[in-house]
Design a protein around this ligand. Structure first.
Ligand code: GRF
Length: 190
């Protein structure tokens, strides 16, 4: 078995996608999560990392310049010999220098069928637009928010009576299935 690619995961919140990435780490999984870092000191998702014995780093970005904070995260990732980065509900815009440093090696999961609905409130916007389908996308991270080449997508139907919450729950099931597959696929190409 080839050595596993060391991955860093960045989170800001509940971390359900992080949990899916952790749960997928079996013998045949080509990645190993080496560090989970957060810009929110008490992000609930950090507990999933701790329970799995994965190193964590948490520091608030408040009062710091974007570049300054990103440099700290970058130093932590490199100190843990991270080779690829997965954003999993990381609610911070990244500085161009950080993005450049991880070009082709950093992915994000976004709850829409990109290029539709970049940014926030995607479920609400898809319902308001009377779309018949919605879903999630995994893409390489570039300097533009929720832009960058799309690596994988999964669709769900929008059903009569859906609220943003019921639709989000349906999409989340697909996120948890898709993200580990897309991350494994990415690291196989590195
Ligand atoms: C997910 O919907 C993800 O697509 C978006 O932020 C949310 C994070 O949820 N980028 P979680 O923290 O992984 O539970």
């Amino acid at each position: 078995m080839a050595e596993k690619t060391r991955v860093g995961v960045l989170i800001s919140g509940r971390g359900s996608n992080l949990k899916a990435l952790i749960d997928a780490q079996r013998d045949d999984c080509p990645y190993a999560i080496a560090l989970v870092a957060s810009n929110v000191e008490d992000a609930p998702g950090l507990d999933f990392a701790r329970a799995a014995g994965i190193a964590t780093f948490a520091k608030s970005h408040k009062g710091m310049k974007r570049e300054e904070f990103d440099a700290i995260i970058d130093t932590e990732l490199r100190a843990h010999s991270v080779e690829a980065v997965a954003l999993a509900g990381y609610m911070r815009l990244l500085s161009p220098g950080f993005v450049e440093g991880w070009a082709g090696r950093m992915i994000n999961i976004h709850p829409s069928l990109l290029p539709l609905y970049k940014g926030l409130d995607t479920h609400e916007r898809a319902i308001e637009a009377r779309d018949s389908k919605h879903g999630c996308s995994v893409h390489l991270v570039t300097a533009e928010l929720d832009d960058g080449p799309i690596l994988a997508q999964a669709e769900v139907p929008i059903l009569p009576g859906d609220t943003p919450d019921t639709l989000a729950a349906r999409v989340l099931v697909e996120e948890h299935r898709l993200y580990p597959l897309a991350l494994a696929e990415l690291v196989r190409t590195l």
